[in-house]
Design a protein around this ligand. Structure first.
Ligand code: GLA
Length: 395
């Protein structure tokens, strides 16, 4: 849905429900990560961009003291949240956890919002690996800022949203998603050092190249422990290498320690997790260089190699995302496809494909058609430019 339409639909829904005009409308985008996957929690580099898909909240002051009341259009449910004290996490994680957690962590940060009510709408696909949850958290934090008449430092804002995800959604995520949703820059991808938080905005506004997102529309997380398990493997690898974070290790040091690591319980797996991280760091640097030079074919090769590493060493891909990448690779340069890889946490979700603009629709349709024939599942797909991060929409 075009951005303006999404804004209007949130405002209309607010007026219909509350009988008044919205005072504040906030928007926070989802993201696609171009490369640098499962690196953020190891202190490494990520290279995401915000996408033209948003969570939008239309809201206004209310008369219910100490309370925020938010209606989620997607779930057709209303949640009530205390603005007086940091409420504890609920045992069952659902959309309330992201909203309530963000409000609670914002209170803890010293924000003092006046009572408000609002309506949440979103066109970020849920469970598509495009950070629908981070966009919800960052939208809520942006609304809390507006209702408090105070802005906080955007890095602090990203960190409080990440804290909400850790403590209330029980997901030990890195910082990438909240960071790019809060701080994305239109026309640019963000090369972010997740240890120092230093960042470089890399232009990605060449009209000849398009970023294509294809959602496999499958989600395979069975126990939910796949992500924390990988985090733990990396922490163990760092420990065995005698460094605080894998960021401080090198491929040479990993090779030298190979035998010792492999002798440990699950050592083979731990070695491969670390190898993914260390090679992904190199790929991310080479990808960024290639993008700066406008050498999309070289950038694309890093994407394919990244996917392979996520498949073989990190084991977070699945047959459906493997197939999408494979179909893209089969089309190849002659059909305008530079490269493709899975994006986000994995186990389903979406792929990101770099493609020549003039051939994007044909390539995208061809991949979708073959994917549907082979799997029986209809993928969703869209081309997106790098969008701006969260904001309060002024008229
Ligand atoms: C999820 C997490 C991020 C990051 C990616 C993998 O999206 O929220 O912090 O770890 O997975 O790169």
């Amino acid at each position: 849905m075009p951005f303006q339409e999404l804004i209007e639909s949130a405002r209309k829904s607010y007026s219909a429900r509350f009988g008044k005009e919205a005072r504040w409308t906030v928007a926070a985008p989802g993201r696609v990560n171009l490369i640098g996957e499962h690196t953020d929690y190891n202190g490494g580099f990520v290279f995401p961009m915000a996408i033209e898909r948003y969570t939008v909240i239309a809201a206004g002051p209310s008369d219910t003291p100490g309370t925020a009341s938010l209606y989620s259009e997607i779930f057709d449910q209303t949640g009530e949240f205390s603005l007086l004290e940091k409420t504890p996490p609920a045992p069952k994680v659902d959309w309330h956890s992201y909203v309530g957690g963000t409000i609670a962590c914002a209170l803890e940060k010293g924000l003092r919002p006046k009572p408000f009510d609002g309506v949440i709408v979103s066109d970020v696909p849920l469970g598509g690996g495009l950070s629908s949850s981070a966009s919800l958290e960052v939208a809520v934090a942006t609304l809390v800022e507006a209702a408090s008449d105070r802005k906080i430092d955007p890095v602090e804002k990203a960190l409080l949203c990440q804290k909400a995800e850790h403590e209330y959604a029980m997901m030990p995520c890195g910082i990438m998603d909240q960071f790019i949703s809060a701080m994305g820059e239109e026309g640019h991808a963000m090369l972010l050092d997740c240890r120092s938080f230093e960042r470089e905005s890399v232009p990605l506004d060449d009209p000849n190249v398009a970023v294509l997102v294809i959602n496999s529309n499958v989600k395979h997380t069975l126990s939910g422990s796949e992500y924390p398990e990988r985090r733990n493997d990396c922490a163990r690898a760092a420990e065995l290498l005698g460094v605080e974070l894998l960021r401080d290790a090198s491929l040479a040091a990993l090779d030298a320690a190979r035998e010792a690591i492999e002798a440990e319980p699950n050592g083979g797996r731990i070695f491969r997790r670390a190898r993914h991280f260390l090679t992904e760091e190199e790929r991310t640097a080479r990808f960024a260089d290639a993008l700066r030079r406008g050498d999309y074919a070289a950038a694309g090769r890093e994407m394919y190699a990244g996917h392979r590493s996520l498949k073989e060493d990190y084991e977070v891909t699945c047959p459906e995302t493997d197939l999408l990448v494979d179909l893209a690779a089969r089309l190849g340069l002659e059909n305008g496809v530079y490269g493709a890889r899975m994006t986000g946490g994995g186990f389903g979700g979406s792929t990101v494909t770099l493609v020549e603009t003039g051939k994007a629709e044909t390539a995208s349709a061809a991949i979708a058609e073959k994917y549907e024939t082979e799997t029986g599942i209809k993928p969703s797909r869209f081309v997106t430019r790098p969008a701006a991060g969260a904001r309060l929409i002024e008229e």
